[in-house]
Structure formats: C-alpha cells, structure tokens
Design a protein around this ligand. Structure first.
Ligand code: ARG
Length: 473
C-alpha cells in the first residue's frame, strides 16, 4: 500500500489526535483547554523550530529533500499569512502548534503530515518557549545597557553635586549625587550579569525528547541545535519536556530588576515632592490631576513601583505551577505562558521608560546642598577630626553630640559656628576644623575605591562607560 492510500482525509479543523476518540470534545472543554489565544505569539519560533526539524529529518533521510523543501515553502507562506493578519486561528485546533501544522497540511497535503515525525508537541513547545525567551533576553539585555548608560551619564554630569546621604531616611553624611546614581547602576549591573547567566540555561535544546522518552528515528540533535543557534541539545528527555526552571529563573531575574527599579522609583517620587524638592522630572514623564491644578504627578516611577508586585506575583505563580509535578510533561505547563509573557511585556516597558527618563532627570543642586547642610551631615567628620587630634572616638562622639544639640537650639549648622563656639565643646578643636566641616571637605575626604569623593565618582563613571561600550548587547 502506498503512503497516499493510507492517507486519511481530514478537514483542517479536525483534531490531529482524534483517531482514538469516539465523541467530539465538549464545547466548553475545548475552550477551556485551548491555548491558541495566548500561545500564537510563539508562531515565529514555532516555524523556525519546524524548519530546522525538517532540515534535520532530510539530512538523516527520514524525509526526502523534495518533501523538506515543500515543508519549508509551506511554512514560509504560513508565516507571511500570519504576519499579514490573514491566518485563521482556530480554537478547535487547540494551540499554535496544531494550527500551523493543520494549515501546512491544507496547503501541501500529506507531506505536511510528515513534519511531526520524531517530534511531539511536548518537546516542540519547550523548544519554542526557549527560542522565544532567548530572543527576548537579548532585547532586554540591550535595554538594561541603555539604562545603565543613562545612569552613568547622569552620574558623570552630577559627580560634584552634593546631597545628603541617608540611613533610616534620616540625614547621615554628605554624598555626591553621582555616587548615589552609581549605586543604582551597581544593582542593574548585577541584574545584567544574572540575565546573561540565565541565558546559558535557556539556550539548551529540548527538541528530540519527543513526548518524553526520545524517538526511534535516527535523529541528529546536534544538527538541529546548531541550526537553531542553541549551545547544545539537552541531555535527558524526561527532564527536557517537563521542567520550566529556566522560565522561573528568568522571572526571578525580572523580579530583582523590578525590585531594584521600585527602589529607584521610591527615591524619585520622594525627591520630586515639594518636601524634598531635589529633582524635577520632565513634564513628558508626568501627568496632572483633573481636580488639583497645581499637581504634577510622577506617574512613571509610581507605575514601575506598582508593577513590581505584578512581576514578583508571576514568579510565584510559576514556582507553584512547577511544585510537585511528577515527570514528565503535564498539561499544567501550558499555564507557564501567560505569566512569562506578561513578565516580558512588563519588564520591557519599565526598562524602556526608565532608560528614556533617567538621563532627563533635572537636578536641583542648590536644594540638595541646602538639605545636606541643614542635617548636620558633617558631624562624623568632626568626630573623626577630634580622633586625629588625640581624642578617643567615644569621647569625640559625645563632644560632637553636644555641639549638635547646641546647633539645633541655635538653628546653626556646625560649619556656621565660630571657632570660639566650637571650642566650648573641646580644646582639641583648632582653626583647621573648617576644612572638614564643609560639605566639599567631607566628600573629598572619602577618596578611596568605592567612596563618594567626586574624583572617585568620575573615575567610576569612566570605568562603567568603558565597560558598557564593550558589551555585545
Ligand atoms: N499547548 C501545549 C502547552 O502549551 C502544548 C503541548 C501539549 N502537549 C500535550 N501532550 N497535550 O503545553
């Protein structure tokens, strides 16, 4: 019997797996179990995966070259149909994979049915998500780089700008604004490194695992992996079709980015308030109030702060999705897509907004400076000065405490007091004390790797900018 006489005629809306079934799927169940509404966004990677699979099947002579070419032509046309918005997605065909395969068979007949030889939707979907995520990772990596460039540029511009540094949100010691922004950059730098590390585990190919146990065809997995740009094929078929830890790892990276951006956001929101009045956000990143005419709200940072909840929530969904799943593939895993896609959309949006906004932050240097002056931020410097002049640190602490109490009473900063006034607290205070009591003296003195001195901040920004320029993403 020839292949063709075995060929069963099915319309493109019949289930490819319908052979053993005696009644049609319940209409509600069909809707309930379908994923096509959300997984159709995998179409491009699904087609790329199929083209590589067909190419490999031809190489190992499971398909003829003519069949392979027909399949590739058909798939390429389908891609064009999808991109032109002409493709008819069908819920009856459940998911992106069966929709595309059914359309291929519509177009090229029985050869279309040969594409799925040696493959299952289980390894197919795992491959699609990995390919999709890998491409998204590269876009996100580039966006993080753009944001870091913005931060480094702002830090360089404001390397000499003095602001109060805080602990417990109380004025602690003067720092430079550039130094503060470089702290943000450190967070993003670690996130970037985490992302690249995560990419290594994403870029491994499950295809060939088939449903769970591998396949009886003489497949060449190294070849398929190479064609798809994977670093290597996976090494255990059961694990390949079932685990989604790569997606969890990505969402955990994304959660940390969002937590970091929520911290930046909180600071921007505070700084933009009338009470702090440290910065202005350009109007294009803010909105007004429909009732209070004076309002200019920092919507972008607020929304980013809010969206951090959504992303960490999705991380938790995926962790719970994976929990207790027995090997190998379970339909539970169809639930991996919506959280993952939403994390991707959200983090891309937040990074884009931040990368646009950060270099445009307008700094009110005078207000920052004034706030640092008002908060007795050089008190530690005075204590250190006394220690250098032979006073024990605990005694020095006590002396400065008294001087601060006096300053509060007199509404005077330490640097505004006369030498006589200061000398009432210790006879170890001399005229050179004013070198350390000024804000400049204080920041300039912290002149070591990682310190806040403008000189160090400038050197650090140069280093950051050089490293960023060398990145591939
Ligand atoms: N839509 C399915 C998913 O996202 C594809 C794999 C289905 N496999 C199966 N054996 N039903 O996971």
């Amino acid at each position: 019997m020839s292949n063709d006489s075995n060929h069963t005629e099915k319309t493109s809306t019949e289930k490819p797996w319908g052979g053993r079934f005696t009644e049609p799927t319940d209409a509600f169940v069909e809707q309930f179990t379908a994923s096509v509404d959300f997984d159709q966004r995998l179409y491009y990677h699904d087609i790329q995966g199929s083209i590589a699979h067909a190419t490999m099947l031809a190489k190992v002579e499971v398909l003829t070259d003519a069949e392979k070419n027909q399949i590739i032509e058909g798939l390429t046309e389908i891609q064009a149909e999808i991109e032109a918005g002409e493709f008819q997605w069908s819920v009856t065909l459940e998911d992106v994979h069966m929709n595309i395969e059914a359309r291929l068979t519509d177009k090229i007949g029985i050869t279309g049915k040969k594409l799925h030889t040696g493959r299952s939707r289980n390894d197919q979907v795992a491959t699609d998500i990995r390919l999709y995520l890998r491409d998204e990772i590269d876009v996100i990596a580039a966006e993080i780089t753009r944001l870091q460039q913005g931060m480094a540029t702002l830090a360089k511009r404001e390397a000499n700008t003095i602001m109060p540094g805080f602990t417990h949100l109380q004025t602690a010691q003067p720092v430079t604004f550039g130094h503060h922004i470089l702290a943000w950059n450190e967070m993003l730098q670690r996130d970037y490194e985490r992302l690249l590390d995560c990419r290594k585990r994403v870029n491994i190919m499950p295809l060939g695992a088939a449903a769970l146990a591998g396949t009886t065809y003489p497949i060449d997995r190294e070849l398929t992996a190479k064609l798809l740009g994977f670093d290597r094929p996976s090494t255990n078929s059961l694990d390949s079709v079932s685990d989604r830890d790569f997606a969890i790892e990505f969402c955990s990276f994304a959660s940390l980015v969002m937590i970091h951006l929520s911290r930046c956001s909180e600071e921007l929101i505070l700084w933009a308030s009338a009470q702090f009045n440290f910065i202005d956000l350009p109007d294009r990143f803010c909105t007004g109030s429909s009732i209070m005419p004076q309002k200019k709200n920092p919507d972008v940072p607020e929304l980013v702060r809010g969206k951090s909840g959504r992303v960490t929530g999705h991380l938790f969904s995926l962790l719970m999705l994976m929990k207790s799943q027995p090997l190998a593939y379970n339909k539970d895993n169809q639930e991996d897509k919506e959280p993952l896609f939403d994390v991707l959309d959200t983090i891309k949006g937040c990074l884009r907004a931040y990368a646009d906004m950060v270099p445009a932050i307008q700094v009110k240097a005078e207000n920052m400076r004034e706030a640092a002056r008002r908060g007795f931020s050089t008190a530690t410097d005075l204590a250190d000065y006394l220690v250098v002049n032979g006073v024990a640190f605990r005694d020095a602490h006590e002396v400065v405490g008294k001087a601060v109490a006096y300053g509060i009473e007199q509404e005077k900063d330490l640097s505004d007091m006369s030498l006589d006034e200061l000398q009432q607290f210790s006879d170890q205070i001399h005229a050179d004390v004013f070198d350390v009591l000024t804000l400049e003296g204080s920041v300039n003195a912290r002149d070591h790797l990682g310190g806040t001195a403008p000189k160090q901040v400038l050197a650090a920004t140069e280093k950051v900018l050089t490293n960023l320029a060398q990145r591939k993403h």
